[in-house]
Design a protein around this ligand. Structure first.
Ligand code: FES
Ligand SMILES: [Fe+2]
Length: 397
C-alpha cells in the first residue's frame, strides 16, 4: 500500500491528482481525476490551413506528443517519439519516401499510415524491422479544423459527430476561428465558459457597445429545471442552460448593502444568448452569440495538466459561396477583433488568474460554490458519467 502511494507520488511530479484528494471528492470524482483530460475522444488540434501538403505539425494533446504530416491531402498522425531511444522525430524530420519518416538519429523508419517500423536506413537486416509499430492516431478534418482521436489503439473509434456540439457539423454552417495557448488547466477553461454569472467580468467589454447588447451583470437560475442534459446513447453528451424568462432571471442592477453601485445594459437591442451548453470531451456552444446570426463553438483542449489550447470558432448558416465569403470578410474585420479577442480576452485573463487555486487540486475541496454554479455541477456529473476513459501517467512518456 505504502509502495503504491509512493509510486503515485512519483507520478504526481508530472501533475496527476493525489489519490488522497480524490478519495474526498463526492461529486464528479472522474472529472477531478481527469486533470489531463478524457481518453478515447476526438479533439481539435489546429486549423487545416496551418498544415500544407507535405508539411509537418506537432501537437501536444492530453500530454501525448504527436507528429502530423499531410500526404496527398490526407493528414496522418504518429507518436512523436522514436521507439529506439525515445527522441522526438520532429526535432529534425527526415522523409526519404513520401509516406514514411526516418529518425534523424539511427535511421529507424516508420510508415505514417500504420506506424510500422518498415525499415532502418543504415541497418536493413535488423530483426526488429517489420515487428514493431509506433502509435498512430485517427485523424479527421471538418469545418477547417484537424481533429485527432486520442485514446487506446484498439478502442472502437466513434463518429466525430458524437464528440462535437450539435449544429457544428451542419452542412450549411460556415466556420471561422483562431486558437491560442492558455496557462490554465482545461477544466478551468470549460467552467469559465459555462459559468453563467461570470458575465460580470465582461461588463466593460467593447462588444457591448459594438453590437448593442443587453448584457446583464448576472444570470440567476430559478431552480434545477434551468438545466437540461442530452445523453443519447448514439450522440453527443452535454448539459444545457436554458435562458428562457421563466427559468433564468437576468440581473441588471448591482448593489452592495442595498446601495446601487452598477448597472448592466438593459436597453440594448440584442438580448443574447438563448442557451449555453457544454459538451464532452471539452466543447462549449453559445447560441446565438455574439450576434443573432452567429453561434460560438469553442474547445478547451488539454495540452497537459497546466495548459490548454483555446480553439475559438464562430459559425453562421450560409446559403451559398457568396454568403460564406461575406462571412469570412466580416469575421476578419469585425468579429475576430471585437468578440474572439476583445470579449474573450477577459475570459483568458480570468482563467489564468484561477489556475493557482486549483493547481495542486486542493481547490476542488476548498471552493465555495453558490446557486448559479448548479450548471457546473451538472457538467461535472455528466462528464464523470459519460467519459470514455481518464488520461493517466501510463499514457504519457
Ligand atoms: S533514437 Fe531513433 S533511431 Fe535511434
Ligand atoms: Fe466569458
Amino acid at each position: 500500500m505504502e509502495r503504491a502511494k509512493a509510486a503515485h507520488r512519483q507520478e504526481n511530479s508530472q501533475g496527476f491528482v493525489d489519490p488522497d484528494i480524490l478519495a474526498k471528492i463526492r461529486v464528479g470524482k472522474a472529472y477531478v481525476a481527469a486533470k489531463y483530460g478524457f481518453r478515447n475522444h476526438w479533439y481539435p488540434a489546429f486549423f487545416s490551413h496551418e498544415l500544407p501538403e507535405n508539411g509537418f505539425m506537432t501537437a501536444q494533446l492530453l500530454g501525448e506528443k504527436i507528429l502530423l504530416k499531410r500526404i496527398d491531402g490526407k493528414v496522418y498522425a504518429i507518436r512523436d517519439q522514436c521507439l529506439h531511444r525515445g527522441v522526438p522525430l520532429s526535432r529534425k524530420p527526415e522523409c526519404y519516401t513520401r509516406d514514411t519518416i526516418s529518425c534523424w538519429y539511427h535511421g529507424f523508419t516508420y510508415r505514417f499510415s500504420d506506424g510500422l517500423l518498415c525499415d532502418i536506413v543504415g541497418a536493413d537486416e535488423s530483426a526488429v524491422i517489420g515487428k514493431k509499430r509506433i502509435k498512430t492516431y485517427p485523424v479527421e478534418e471538418a469545418k477547417g479544423l484537424v481533429f485527432v482521436f486520442v485514446g487506446d489503439v484498439d478502442y472502437p473509434v466513434p463518429p466525430l459527430a458524437h464528440d462535437v456540439p450539435p449544429k457544428f457539423l451542419d452542412a450549411d454552417m460556415a466556420i471561422r476561428g483562431q486558437k491560442r495557448t492558455v496557462n490554465a488547466n482545461w477544466r478551468i477553461g470549460a467552467e469559465n465558459g459555462f459559468d453563467s454569472t461570470h458575465i460580470f467580468i465582461h461588463k466593460n467589454s467593447i462588444l457591448i457597445s459594438d453590437n448593442d447588447l443587453a448584457l446583464p451583470l448576472g444570470l440567476l437560475p430559478k431552480g434545477r429545471f434551468a438545466f437540461e442534459k442530452l445523453e443519447e446513447v448514439d450522440g453527443p453528451k452535454g448539459v444545457f442552460d436554458n435562458f428562457g424568462p421563466d427559468v433564468i432571471k437576468p440581473i441588471f442592477t448591482g448593489t452592495v448593502e442595498g446601495e446601487k453601485v452598477l448597472e448592466g445594459t438593459p436597453h440594448g437591442r440584442n438580448m443574447l444568448p438563448h442557451n449555453i451548453s457544454m459538451w464532452l470531451p471539452c466543447a462549449l456552444r453559445v447560441d446565438p452569440w455574439p450576434d443573432p446570426s452567429l453561434t460560438q463553438f469553442e474547445w478547451y483542449v488539454p495540452i497537459d495538466g497546466k495548459q490548454h489550447i483555446y480553439i475559438q470558432t464562430l459559425g453562421r448558416r450560409v446559403a451559398n459561396e457568396g454568403e460564406e465569403k461575406q462571412f469570412a470578410m466580416e469575421f476578419e474585420r469585425r468579429w475576430r477583433p471585437v468578440a474572439l479577442d476583445g470579449f474573450n480576452n477577459d475570459d483568458v485573463w480570468a482563467r489564468e488568474a484561477t489556475e493557482d487555486f486549483y493547481a495542486d487540486d486542493k481547490g476542488w475541496l476548498k471552493e465555495q460554490l453558490f446557486e448559479p454554479d448548479g450548471n457546473i455541477i451538472e457538467w461535472r456529473k455528466l462528464a464523470s458519467k459519460h467519459n470514455r476513459g481518464i488520461q493517466g501517467p501510463e499514457h504519457i512518456g
